[in-house]
Design a protein around this ligand. Sequence first.
Ligand code: TRP
Length: 453
Amino acid sequence: MTNRENFGSRAAVIMAMAGSAIGLGNIWRFPFIVGEYGGAAFILVYIVCCFLLSLPILLSESIIGRRTHQNTFGAMSTLAPGTHWKWLGLLTIVSPLIILSYYSVVGGWSFAYLIKACALQFKPENVEEVTGMFAAFSSSVWGPLACLLVFLGLTALIIFSGVKKGIEKFSKISMPVLFVLIVVIAVYSVTLPGAMDGVRYLVKPDFSKLSSDAFSAALGQSFFSLSLGVGTMLIYSSYVSKDENILVSGTGTALFDMLFAILAGFAVMPAVFAAGIAPSSGPGLVFETLPYIFAKMGAGGQFLSAAVAILFFLTILVAALTSSISMMEVGVAYMVEEKGVSRTKATAGIFFLTLVLGILCSLSFGTLSGVKLLGNTIFNFCDRLCSNWLMTLGALMFSIFVGWKMDKAAVRDELTNGGTLKANSRMFPFIYFLIKYIAPLTIAAIFISGLLA
Ligand code: TRP
């Protein structure tokens, strides 16, 4: 446990946490989930979920991680020795690996689209074809598999280089660039002819459209987007030094994350309407829409549109990597610290495990599309299993652990840095109330209603 690395500065902490949070969840998953669940009303539910339920979970994970400076398993064994809580530590090692498998498939798609952008394939002459490109690509065999391999390989390479050099450096540059690009694309997207219907779809809530499972979908999306319930944020917080204000870094991360998701919504949805794509078309939505935007942009200048497209897919790729490394780090930290395996071996082992599952997920868009698990393709099954079940369960357990099992004085100590942060001390009763009652009760209610639905 000696020589454990820490993040270098507050900016680095927020950037790394935001780097984990901001990724395909915001740019790829958020728009298509909003499209499936009906737009503005869903977004409102999502925002409420983020602050009332996800933020307390994020803080719970931060408290456990920073308190112990250990991996999920070690943290649980230290705070509750000899109890069954260590199984929660173990659950959180399995779930990120499943998520990483299908996440890497989408990461691979982003890589493929970066190459398509470099090959100038999004031309104004073939606007019509561009939206159909995705179906052909994702259902083929070798292209997506090669891209999956590249994406997972890059993830392993960064993890192998360690926390400071790898994760920290990487996140600091890419996040601001991505932000600027998303704003540029959103501004362009809302000016497309026919885009106003999309804007209306995003801002005018129609509550009659909210289905009964919209709440569990909103909760699942907000957990996914903030990397919660599987110990990712716990691990990152375990690299945070004792004088950092975790309330500020947590709230900052949640705000940035939400801003990115909503901007991505404005980049994608207006163009979806302008292009006449169905908002509910599922996981391919972003990959059908963005090329359309770039093709249209090309009419105003081929060079500019190609440059924006290349930069955009490049930064998406980087955003996806800063998230995928956070998933891999959970398992690697466990193997290294609990099992005494070397960092290289741990990384290699996890790489191969996720590669195998990733291949199955990728093929489930084509060759294996007939294989159904409880009515879902392998890819969708993994996504549902994690976001609707494992992450919710993990999140629930983390809040119960901090609210009911941990010593209240220790919780206060972590949130207020031993009472030295005055503003945090004043907010403590409210935050503790959220962690102890509001979050677990509401999450349990949503979870159970999801089971019954
Ligand atoms: N939050 C990331 C995103 O939005 C994905 C992610 C990273 C994640 N680590 C996670 C999701 C752990 C679930 C669990 O892209």
